[in-house]
Design a protein around this ligand. Structure first.
Ligand code: SF4
Length: 183
């Protein structure tokens, strides 16, 4: 994709987001269960590090292995990546209706209720939809969505490279773009 194509995609996305409209009502619903999806926030290693630096928490207190697993021959269970920890279903960083790590919240949180699947814009239930949004904010969300998609693609490439290094012995393994570890 050329730089011009990227600019076109960003501006088309921004136009669509502006047409749909969105303004966060700060209800915190997207950080609780039942927000129209399962409120699982998948996080990249760099996002966990940013939250760790901001909060002083250890990585293991921030995120846990993603719950979906696959089984491989040799009695191996593998999960790919991590999700933010939840307490009683709520994101562990939700306090009232505020986010305790707002300045460094993961990109999924910055772009919700919008997600990109390939080049398709998905919209999830949210009270803020339909409200006016500035052109600048629509562009910011579009840019974040495209950055996230590029990061996901890169993470998948890295995971594919790491995958053959999963040890042959039985166990529960976690694989991300930075390597393989036992759970
Ligand atoms: S990190 Fe913040 S914005 Fe994201 S789900 Fe948790 S409380 Fe909500």
């Amino acid at each position: 994709m050329t730089r011009e194509d990227c600019r076109d995609e960003e501006s088309n996305l921004a136009r669509e987001i502006k047409r749909i409209g969105f303004s966060c009502t700060r209800c915190g619903d997207c950080c609780r269960p039942g927000a129209g999806d399962d409120n699982l926030v998948m996080v990249f290693p760099r996002e966990i590090r940013a939250i760790s630096e901001f909060s002083g928490l250890e990585a293991t207190d921030i995120a846990e292995p993603y719950p979906d697993t696959v089984t491989l021959p040799g009695d191996r269970t593998v999960t790919f990546g991590r999700a933010l920890r939840r307490f009683y279903g709520d994101c562990r960083f939700l306090s009232g209706s505020s986010c305790l790590v707002y300045p460094v919240r993961p990109s999924i949180c910055r772009t919700y209720p919008f997600m990109l699947e390939g080049s398709e814009l998905r919209i999830y239930p949210c009270r803020g939809l339909g409200k006016p949004i500035s052109r600048e904010d629509a562009v910011r969300i579009a840019r974040d969505l495209l950055t996230r998609r590029a990061e996901e693609e890169e993470e998948i490439r890295r995971i594919q490279a790491v995958f053959p290094t999963i040890p042959p012995g039985p166990g529960r393994y976690l694989v991300d773009g930075e390597g393989v570890c036992m759970q």
